[in-house]
Design a protein around this ligand. Structure first.
Ligand SMILES: Nc1nc2c(c(=O)[nH]1)N[C@H]1C(S)=C(S)[C@@H](COP(=O)(O)OP(=O)(O)OC[C@H]3O[C@@H](n4cnc5c(=O)[nH]c(N)nc54)[C@H](O)[C@@H]3O)O[C@H]1N2
Ligand SMILES: Nc1nc2c(c(=O)[nH]1)N[C@H]1C(S)=C(S)[C@@H](COP(=O)(O)OP(=O)(O)OC[C@H]3O[C@@H](n4cnc5c(=O)[nH]c(N)nc54)[C@H](O)[C@@H]3O)O[C@H]1N2
Ligand code: SF4
Ligand SMILES: [Mo]
Length: 577
């Protein structure tokens, strides 16, 4: 039996048993994987993948497509070349290609379609963004699922939730078995955090000793939550005071773990949302104390030296103007489907002379590309995976051969050679250096050194070593209107595998399943087939990530901080199509 690690963009970073010709299995002895995988890896070999390279729509041998890619890069001034990397595979070695583009003076798209808006707020308060793994969460009494849905996105957290008091804060009823579900108004999370702080303060529940010893700026935070009238806070989060007071009653005197997801921060003020949730938790002594904490998507390489973080010319990953480039190299991404404001993305990419796509599957972007290079799967190349949902690192040795596809390392090596630049080091050498920079081996498994104690138990990683409370923020979008929110789907990983396309609508609209309606936002307009969903608030539509036209309506500006997409910073209107 050989072992590897799941490469996908997921909290769980599963350890995978591999035996040629057999189904992939989860490693039984791994403390997080516990012997099971999810549908993506259970059906890994059934999903069709790109088999053949193409140039201008014609299938060609791999080396011909690679030569065509090199020729177009040679014909193009470096500042007219853009490198755009997505998150189809989160292995360390995905970054190696950046070495070529940085060295060559090309432009690299930077920023995030995912979690960095919220991550910025976490770092403002705590210095570094550490996660809470299932091993931490199982020490808590109460678990709050705040805009995160482990039943779909983080199934290896589920065993740790057993026997806990569960509170869910989500516009969608994602877990009917929870003790309390707060069907929050989308974008209301900052106000809920302030309201919780306000009521807890009125009831004198704050942890005075913790605030004095381990935090700074509480007076300013206090002013913030005392300043806005309670009625306004409740109205903005769309909840009653009774519901919020009930939540506090369930948590009082207990160890509380908050599991926060990306849902809360798909807005312009993303960083403020995470900082407000952290601030409430810190005030109660639920951050950095045994059994408690706030776990978000951690920065997976936190504490490590990443050899591929090299300076380069930059453009925004969220709203780069593709039409400003002659060659665009897209690796592990599907921007036509996943970037906001698809119409602009499609038009922009349409004007590029050569779009070069390196990927594992055919997708909405690869079908438009001029040069298509199939890549090796995670079983066919050497890599290492650091997860954003726990502190174990997983090796990914090369387990099988494939001559008809390239690894990112091979692609980079070919480019370096073609341009006369120094070849990259071997995969093995980057991986070992990376491990040495931040990991420790315990009981045969590599772990992030920062987790040798309970996250933040000894210190926060700010300049003072203390947690820094939220002091002030601006908010501009009106609370009233219909919302379009997004969630992940169990059968897909964003646009990979089997995405789900229907628009989920609240039954109160009186539509029938299969009806078509048009949604309009300030950024686009699109017709969708609907399915009724009793789990939704009356003011909320829902689409899944990877759905056709998921980004027909979404805004392309970046979050105030963190260079992230703000997919839900809008209201929509609807009409029958
Ligand atoms: N409207 C809306 N838009 C969203 C979201 C949303 O919720 N709503 N979610 C956002 C989020 S959180 C994210 S992370 C992004 C994700 O957006 P992307 O990073 O674009 O992710 P995918 O759509 O899954 O496309 C990844 C591609 O990577 C390729 N791939 C897989 N493995 C490898 C490999 O080993 N090497 C290479 N070179 N390619 C590989 C696959 O073929 C796949 O097509 O989308 C964002 N977009
Ligand atoms: N099966 C599967 N697993 C995945 C993925 C996938 O596509 N499929 N994608 C991976 C990726 S890229 C990521 S980033 C993670 C994301 O992991 P999660 O954060 O768990 O995923 P989401 O489904 O985007 O969002 C979680 C919840 O936020 C809620 N929500 C939306 N808006 C709001 C709001 O304003 N306030 C509150 N309180 N809640 C809100 C949604 O209803 C949803 O239930 O999952 C990863 N895991
Ligand atoms: S996608 Fe996540 S849950 Fe599924 S096998 Fe990979 S790491 Fe495990
Ligand atoms: Mo993501």
């Amino acid at each position: 039996m050989e072992y590897t690690t799941c490469p996908l963009d997921c909290f769980d970073g599963c350890s995978v048993e591999y035996e040629a010709g057999k189904k992939l299995r989860g490693e039984k002895a791994h403390p997080i994987t516990q012997g099971y995988l999810c549908p993506h890896l259970n059906h890994w070999f059934k999903h069709p993948r790109l088999e053949k390279a193409r140039v201008e729509g014609t299938e060609v041998p791999l080396h011909t497509a690679l030569e065509a890619a090199i020729a177009s890069l040679k014909e193009t001034p470096p500042h007219k070349i853009l490198f755009y990397k997505g998150s189809g595979n989160l292995g360390l070695m995905q970054g190696v290609t950046k070495l070529f583009f940085a060295k060559h003076g090309a432009v690299i798209a930077k920023g995030s379609l995912c979690d960095e808006g919220g991550g910025f707020g976490v770092e403002e308060g705590r210095g570094l963004n550490l996660t809470l793994s299932p091993l931490h969460v199982k020490e808590a009494d109460v678990v709050v699922l705040w805009g995160r849905n482990p039943t779909v996105t983080n199934t290896h957290m589920l065993p740790a939730l057993q026997g806990k008091t569960l509170i869910v804060i989500d516009p969608v009823v994602i877990m009917p078995s929870a003790q309390l579900h707060l069907a929050i108004r989308p974008r209301g999370d900052v106000y809920l955090a302030l309201l919780l702080a306000r009521i807890a303060y009125m009831e004198m529940l704050e942890d005075v000793a913790f605030i004095e010893a381990r935090t700074e700026g509480f007076e300013e935070f206090k002013e913030l939550f005392l300043w806005t009238p309670i009625r306004v806070l409740a109205q903005r989060c769309g909840l009653s005071l009774e519901e919020v007071a009930h939540m506090l009653t369930l948590m009082k005197g207990k160890k509380v773990a908050f599991l926060v997801g990306t849902g809360v921060q798909r807005y312009a003020h993303a960083h403020t949302v995470l900082r407000a949730i952290d601030s409430f938790a810190a005030m109660m002594g639920w951050l950095g104390t045994w059994g408690s904490g706030v776990g978000y998507l951690s920065q997976s390489g936190v504490g490590f030296t990443n050899p591929f973080d090299v300076p380069s010319k930059e453009a925004s990953l969220v709203n780069v103007d593709f039409s400003a480039y002659e060659v665009v190299v897209i690796q592990g991404a599907n921007p036509i489907s996943q970037m906001p404001t698809s119409s602009v993305v499609r038009t922009g990419l349409g004007k590029v002379k050569k779009v070069i796509y390196l990927g594992l599957h055919e997708n909405a972007t690869s079908v438009l590309a001029d040069i298509v290079l199939p890549v090796k799967s995670f079983l066919e190349k050497e890599d290492l995976k650091a997860s954003y949902g726990h502190h174990f690192l997983g090796r990914m040795p090369k387990l099988t051969e494939n001559q008809n596809a390239l690894s990112e390392h091979e692609f980079c090596t070919a480019l370096m050679e073609a341009f006369g630049y120094e070849a990259p080091k071997s995969e093995h050498s980057y991986i070992e250096d990376f491990l040495v920079s931040g990991a420790v081996e315990k009981k045969g498994r590599w772990q992030n050194r920062l987790y040798e104690t309970w996250p933040y138990e000894k210190t926060f990683y700010t300049s003072s070593g203390k947690f820094c409370f939220l002091e002030t923020f601006d908010d501009t979008l009106e609370a009233e209107g219909m919302w379009l929110i997004f969630a992940k789907w169990e059968r897909s990983l964003n646009s990979q595998f089997l995405p789900h396309h229907a628009l989920h609508v609240p039954p109160s609209l009186g539509l029938k399943d299969g009806d078509e309606i048009r949604l309009n936002s300030p950024y686009g307009s699109c017709v969708y087939e609907v399915v009724n969903d009793i789990r939704l608030r009356k003011d909320t539509f829902l689409l899944h990530s990877g759905a056709n036209n998921a980004n027909a309506l979404t805004p392309s500006f970046e979050t105030e901080e963190g260079h992230s997409a703000a997919y839900q910073e809008m209201h929509v209107t609807w009409e029958r199509a």
